[in-house]
Design a protein around this ligand. Structure first.
Ligand SMILES: NC(=O)c1ccc[n+]([C@@H]2O[C@H](COP(=O)([O-])OP(=O)(O)OC[C@H]3O[C@@H](n4cnc5c(N)ncnc54)[C@H](OP(=O)(O)O)[C@@H]3O)[C@@H](O)[C@H]2O)c1
Length: 227
């Protein structure tokens, strides 16, 4: 499958590598290809610059956000929740319409030191709902936002693989396709929480994760629904 990833950060990099290793063809998207490929400084979290990372992974295509939208049969949003709508508005709507968009974004405010989520329990406040409302012809599936990036592609790295991945979205067929992609990455406990309004529920797991982070540190993390 041709998968277009919006976002050159840690999540975009990690998923691109894993999806290619599972046989998908991937293009990863950025605002400015030349500028991103020229980056050399690791980010504040010690994640290698995209330019350095890509030198070792030249089998992964790089394009503008618009080129990635045109390329992908399935699209994946790995941009900050505060810029995701802007990124999607920057591409030709014809390249979004009818496509599945896996939305991994959280909308975190880092301005006051410890991050806090801007998502509230008010209907419509989650990134997933906002994207779906702004792009009604896109099949948005919220997933993979509740866990460490490395665990997304290595489920066994936490709880021996026994943790839960959520899928939330309005389109049953789209959730089936996304479930197949997740199974390909090794996920077994995939829980459908319902329509896109459930994005709010999974984005509101972030305060728990952030508090847990303060206690257990930056270790591989995910949630498990025991039932
Ligand atoms: N890190 C984790 O463990 C984790 C886990 C679950 C979910 N998430 C979520 O996954 C998403 C990606 O996280 P990340 O840390 O990999 O990347 P990130 O730093 O949040 O986002 C990187 C991408 O955002 C783009 N961007 C930044 N500012 C922009 C602006 N003003 N306009 C348009 N695009 C802009 C960048 O574009 P350029 O390429 O042009 O610089 C880059 O492609 C986030 O929503 C995060 O909350 C992260």
């Amino acid at each position: 499958m041709k998968i277009g990833i919006f976002g050159t950060g840690m999540v975009g990099q990690i998923l691109a590598l894993a999806l290619v290793s599972k046989g998908h063809t991937v293009m990863i998207g950025t605002r400015d290809v030349a500028k991103s490929l020229a980056t050399t400084q690791p980010n504040g979290m010690g994640i290698p610059a995209f330019g350095v990372w890509h030198k070792d992974h030249q089998n992964i295509g790089v394009g503008t956000f618009a080129e990635v939208a045109a390329f992908g049969e399935v699209l994946l949003n790995a941009t900050g929740g505060n810029v995701s709508i802007e990124v999607l508005h920057s591409v030709d709507a014809a390249h979004l319409n009818g496509k599945i968009l896996m939305d991994l974004a959280n909308d975190l405010d880092f301005s006051k030191g410890s991050p806090v989520t801007r998502t509230s329990d008010t209907p419509g406040s989650s990134v997933g709902e906002q994207i779906q409302a702004a792009f009604p012809n896109v099949k948005v599936v919220k997933t993979l936002n509740t866990l460490s990036a490395f665990v997304m592609v290595d489920p066994k790295s936490v709880g021996g693989g026994d943790s839960t991945i959520f899928v939330n979205g309005n389109d049953a067929e789209a959730k089936k396709v996304v479930t197949g992609i997740l199974e390909g990455l090794g996920w077994t406990d995939i829980m459908d929480l319902g329509d896109i309004t459930s994005s709010r529920a999974v984005e509101l797991l972030l305060p728990v994760w952030l508090k847990a982070w303060a206690v257990i540190g930056n270790t591989p993390f995910n949630f498990k629904i025991v039932r």
